[in-house]
Design a protein around this ligand. Structure first.
Ligand code: ADP
Ligand code: GLC
Length: 481
């Protein structure tokens, strides 16, 4: 049994902006089920602090600041979450990274440096809780200083750094080095320095004892110039410490047979009930209720990564075919307004909901026929897995975790009954349009379509396999001063 401190800037259901929260909410649960003693550490954002079930744990002092640690539980599990209560940094509306206008908090360097320094105090058992972790498992740039600062400690636990998205690196001006009191040994090109800037991400990539990312294909891609975001050299250099472990999904939260958000529950052998969800969704979205028209769904942060521009470009041509398009998302203001304009032009075919809506996300997963995920890059991606579990066949671009989880409906895979979706390669609206056409043709063949749905719904995306792989990583590493 290992004691694991899991450090992440968001965790579902406490706080979520994307897939990192899903992983931080469900991987610790899976590890606990495998007998590990695991605690999650994250900031006490305003959205969390309004919850009732939180108790005071202890106080500590970091950088001349008085901080409280609070304790709660991840709902439906025994996993403890420790919350860093420092209202001057975290008690605001908006999301963990952006203010209400969508701008990065101007003091993100200080906010997340404090987060990392508290993590080091907990990791070194200096908070008088008699709990000494063996492993500190960090996630993404917000936690990047933890492996770096830990590397300076004697008798430290081993560190793992999981990269969920290389595109967000936490890079700040060199002046931050002084403001944050970064020890001078770390401020060098082989350390936290990245083109004369301070990179939190490099703290994880350089100093962690093991590196993981969230799919085998992304682990390879990030060692190339196309996907490496300038860090491909470092990642290639450390390739023997880097492994891709596919994310799992929370089979309790995302289960069409029990999902409370749905108009009707269903399973692979009662697919007829899925149609009830489709009709309810069409009605709720103000679209014609008609089962013969395939509904294409998309749920996403509206950012370039997700290939939203490809969708916007190909929609006018795609809509000459029988189809409806339902999107739920928020993000880039220009994507939001282009999508709204399209919805005004095609009110009977397109329905756009801007914002974050957990219930609607489940209803789209269940009510759509096809799920669109044409990402330019995708470290893992969760919605294509939720979609398969809900029998909503995904169209994905062949990259990262999408390539690792969806089997294309080419004749050979249809014949041997392994196809679970549609896959295309070129990041162009033309290639996406061709794949949408292919999906419409397959949808018109009910037996073929239903067969694919059955295959998709039976796939095992549970956390157990991946959690076991993380345990293997934990077992192989030791602190390497
Ligand atoms: P990423 O982490 O890059 O955003 P993932 O596919 O890993 O992509 O995870 C996205 C998660 O966020 C999924 O659980 C998805 O359902 C959810 N999500 C994204 N946008 C919204 C939204 N507007 N409303 C509700 N859930 C959303
Ligand atoms: C990131 C990636 C996404 C991945 C998620 C969880 O946000 O963009 O592909 O699924 O992290 O690991």
């Amino acid at each position: 049994m290992k004691k694991i401190l899991f450090v992440a800037s968001e965790a579902h259901p406490l706080i979520k902006t994307g897939g990192l929260a899903d992983v931080a909410g469900s991987l610790p649960k899976a590890l606990a089920e495998l007998g590990q003693d695991i605690r999650i550490l994250l900031p006490n954002y305003q959205a969390i602090s309004s919850r009732g079930d939180i108790r005071y744990l202890c106080s500590l002092r970091v950088d001349n600041r008085n901080i409280n640690l609070l304790e709660t539980r991840i709902a439906g599990t025994d996993v403890l979450a420790w919350l860093i209560d420092y209202p001057a940094f975290f008690n605001y509306p908006g999301n963990p990274y952006l203010d209400a206008n969508g701008e990065a908090w101007p003091n993100n360097d200080e906010r997340f440096a404090l987060f990392c320094k508290v993590a080091v105090e907990v990791a070194m058992n200096r908070i008088k809780q008699d709990w000494q972790p063996d492993i500190v498992h960090c996630n993404d740039w917000q936690t990047g200083l933890v492996p770096a600062l830990l590397s300076l400690e004697d008798n430290r636990p081993a560190s793992v750094f999981t990269l969920h998205n290389l595109a967000y690196q936490g890079v700040f001006p060199p002046e931050s080095v002084g403001t944050l009191n970064i020890p001078s040994q770390l401020w060098q090109p082989e350390g936290l320095e990245f083109h004369q800037m301070l990179s939190f991400m490099k703290g994880g990539l350089v100093y962690a004892d093991a590196l993981t990312t969230v799919s085998p294909t992304y682990a390879q891609e990030i060692q190339t110039e196309t996907y490496g975001c300038g860090l491909e050299g470092l990642l290639s250099y450390r390739h023997d410490k880097l492994i891709g472990i596919l994310n799992g999904i929370d089979n309790d939260d995302w289960n069409p047979t029990t999902d409370d958000y749905l108009a009707a529950n269903y399973s692979a052998d009662q697919l007829a009930a899925q149609k009830t969800n489709k009709a309810a969704l069409q009605q709720q979205m103000g679209l014609p209720v008609d089962d013969s028209i395939p509904v294409f769904g998309l749920i996403s942060r509206l950012v370039e990564q997700k290939g939203i521009d490809l969708v916007i470009d190909c929609l006018p041509a795609a809509l000459t075919m029988p189809m409806q398009f339902i999107l739920l998302g928020a993000g880039d203001k220009s994507f939001e307004s282009q999508l709204q304009n399209l919805a005004q032009q095609y009110p009977d075919k397109i329905a756009i909901t801007l914002g974050y809506n957990e219930a609607l996300a489940h209803q789209i997963e269940a009510g759509a026929d096809v799920f669109l995920m044409p990402s330019r890059f995708e470290p893992c991606g969760l919605n294509q897995m939720y979609s398969q579990r809900y029998g909503t066949l995904p169209i994905v671009r062949k990259t990262g975790g999408l390539a690792d989880t969806v089997v294309d409906a080419i004749p050979q895979n249809l014949a041997n009954q392994t196809a679970t979706g549609l896959v295309f390669s070129e990041a162009s609206s033309g290639a996406l349009l061709e794949t949408i056409k292919r999906a419409i043709t397959l949808y018109s063949l009910p037996n073929v379509w239903e067969n694919m749905q059955q295959q998709a719904m039976q796939k095992d995306f549970s956390w157990q396999r991946s959690a076991t792989q993380y345990l293997e990583v934990y077992g192989q590493i030791s602190p390497n001063p």
